[in-house]
Ligand binder design. Structure first.
Ligand code: KG4
Ligand code: ZN
Length: 359
């Protein structure tokens, strides 16, 4: 990609019927979506690479990058066809450009730039965290209606665990983050210790249903401490010890550990979110994103924390909480509406903190 390429400048105030293509390839989901400027989802597709990575017990970056390269062209054609659109009908292209696995980011961003160059379209280099942060604002998505700024975002995925004050498009303030593992990663590691397949979150939740969360005491790291940071490595170690001790208990012992782990995580997340809400008196809502938002115990605990602070708990549908391209196209639309686009020389970034967007 030529570093001097400036890219097309979008007109301020994107038309309601303008079409934007969104592309996601930052981890192990290849996804494409076509949205209208008013937020209507015309077509979306997500291809999970779970099967490709499962034998290795986690995402292998090189396999992920090659899989994105294999799948993205076909997936894009598919959503364009289903949207009834040709590339000439697009008003912009938005592609995740970080943070994430650099190989996949390069594939998705270059593919998006190629379309933008060919059609002379504005290109938006989307920050994946911003896409998660803005998903709840998609018109018509939530029965409660889209949240107004400012609100608190709790991002709980396999790669991220953060409390973020969302003050506006491009205006974020990270209130807390994990000191070690992301919460989804903690679920996956605990699940592995209990002999469950990867990705472990859903399997651990199913096992926990048959367990007693009170039988095995597990630590609740940082609970009650000031601030909004997270830590899960001590909890993981405690699960390892408990699993070794309870091996002879068989199935019931494993279920009890799963239930205790899940209860500890839910309590910690609710406590950290409560601290973040206390630090953000203007927040009108607690918005949750990331795969762990699918966990019922976690949602129940967060609902309690939100209610105690008198704010709504907003959880987008599971398919939009996990990685998808609808959120990428929507973040692109939010930016294009403000007349914001990126130069074609914008380099994908494996690390890209939300605060950096302010510049
Ligand atoms: O957001 P996501 O799909 O991908 C990224 O990490 O970006 O999140 C995946 C993570 C995995 O760690 C998975 O184990 C976890 O979300 N997860 C769950 C549940 N469903 C998915 N964790 C706990 N309970 C669940 N029901
Ligand atoms: Zn994500």
């Amino acid at each position: 990609m030529e570093s001097e390429g400036k890219g097309a400048t979008p007109p301020r105030g994107l038309a309601a019927d303008a079409l934007v293509l969104g592309l996601e390839s930052s981890c192990d989901e290849t996804a494409a979506a076509v949205l209208r400027g008013d937020g209507a989802i015309l077509a979306e597709a997500v291809l999970s690479q779970e099967r490709e990575h499962a034998p290795y017990g986690g995402v292998v970056p090189e396999i992920a990058a090659r899989a994105h390269l294999d799948h993205l062209p076909r997936l894009t054609q598919q959503v364009m066809r289903r949207a009834g659109a040709g590339f000439a009908d697009l008003a912009g292209v938005a592609a995740t450009s970080g943070p994430g696995l650099i190989g996949g980011l390069i594939v998705g961003a270059s593919f998006g730039k190629g379309i933008a160059i060919a059609r002379g379209l504005p290109f938006v280099a989307v920050n994946h965290l911003e896409a998660h942060a803005l998903t709840a604002r998609l018109p018509g998505l939530l029965p409660e209606g889209p949240p107004a700024f400012p609100y608190l975002l709790l991002l709980v995925s396999g790669g991220h665990c953060q409390c973020v004050a969302v003050e506006g498009v491009g205006r974020y303030h990270r209130l807390g983050t994990t000191l070690d593992d992301a919460v989804g990663e903690a679920f996956d590691k605990a699940a592995k210790l209990l002999g469950l397949p990867w990705p472990g979150g859903p399997a651990l939740e199913a096992l926990a249903r048959r367990g007693d969360p009170a039988r095995i005491p597990l630590p609740r790291p940082l609970l009650g401490r000031p601030g909004c940071d997270f830590s899960f490595s001590g909890l993981k170690t405690a699960v390892a010890h408990a699993a070794a001790r309870l091996a002879e208990d068989g199935e019931q012992g494993r279920a009890d550990i799963a239930a205790a782990f899940q209860a500890a995580v839910a309590a910690v997340l609710a406590d950290r979110a409560a601290h973040a809400l206390a630090a953000m008196p203007g927040a009108g809502a607690l918005v949750v994103a990331g795969g762990v938002a699918a966990n019922a115990a976690v949602r129940a605990a967060l609902a309690g924390a939100a209610a105690r602070h008198g704010v709504a708990l907003l959880v987008p549908p599971a398919r939009l909480c996990t990685d998808n391209a609808v959120m990428v196209a929507w973040a692109g639309i939010e930016r294009l509406r403000l007349g914001l686009a990126d130069p074609l020389g914008h380099a994908p970034r494996p690390r890209w903190p939300l605060e950096a967007l302010a510049a």
